[in-house]
Design a binder for this molecule. Structure first.
Ligand code: FMN
Length: 181
């Protein structure tokens, strides 16, 4: 894969472009990605939001924010594959990760367990993320299949939409300067 140098545009010129990538199955993380995109735009950045399945190209962006929902302790495979395929491009750009899941909604003390969901993704990549956002997701029964609902009930996942837009906005405000805002 082609190697690139760090992008040359000076940070803080108000023109930095950021790519927000997401993996979702129920639509929950797509909504989180849109909110991240809107918050980055409010910080003065130019933003594109795209699903990992579409294979967006990080070339041409000054920074990347990539995240996924979780199934059984893992990011969705399409997001993991996109991350691995684009590791060389991510290595030379400020890259932030985020995870959207239900453990945090029911057991907020398990923050280390949730942060570890991205360990396998990062392990072989050599990427040091500028930050890893950890956000509550949803258990909206109508968004899940019978089998998925059965798994979530067995996990004692709390029903409802546990996404916290204020928490997401606060996280974005923290990473925006590192992405060129
Ligand atoms: C089958 C299944 C397994 C799940 N496993 C986990 C898990 O291991 N840890 C967790 O915190 N959340 C888990 N979740 C909760 C989802 O990550 C959560 O509902 C999230 O909002 C889904 O977002 P997405 O559809 O955009 O991926 C699971 C959900 C389902 C349906």
């Amino acid at each position: 894969m082609k190697r690139e140098k760090m992008t040359g545009r000076p940070m803080g010129d108000g023109m930095s472009k950021v790519l927000v990538v997401y993996g979702t199955k129920s639509g929950c993380t797509a909504g989180v990605a849109e909110w991240i995109g809107e918050a980055l735009t409010a910080e003065g950045l130019t933003v594109d939001v795209a699903p990992a399945e579409d294979g967006p190209d990080p070339a041409g962006y000054d920074g990347v924010v990539v995240g996924s929902g979780v199934r059984v302790g893992q990011w969705h495979s399409a997001t993991k594959e996109w991350f691995a395929e684009n590791a060389d491009a991510l290595k030379v750009r400020p890259t932030a990760l985020y995870t959207v899941c239900l453990t945090l909604a029911s057991e907020p003390e398990k923050v280390d367990e949730v942060r570890a969901y991205t360990d396998p993704v990062l392990a072989a990549s050599g990427i040091e993320p500028i930050d890893i956002g950890l956000f509550g997701g949803w258990f909206e029964p109508k968004r899940f299949s019978f089998i998925e609902r059965t798994v979530l009930k067995a996990m004692k996942a709390p029903q409802g939409d546990h996404r916290d837009r204020d928490a997401i906005d606060a996280w974005v405000a923290g990473i925006a300067p590192k992405l060129g805002a």
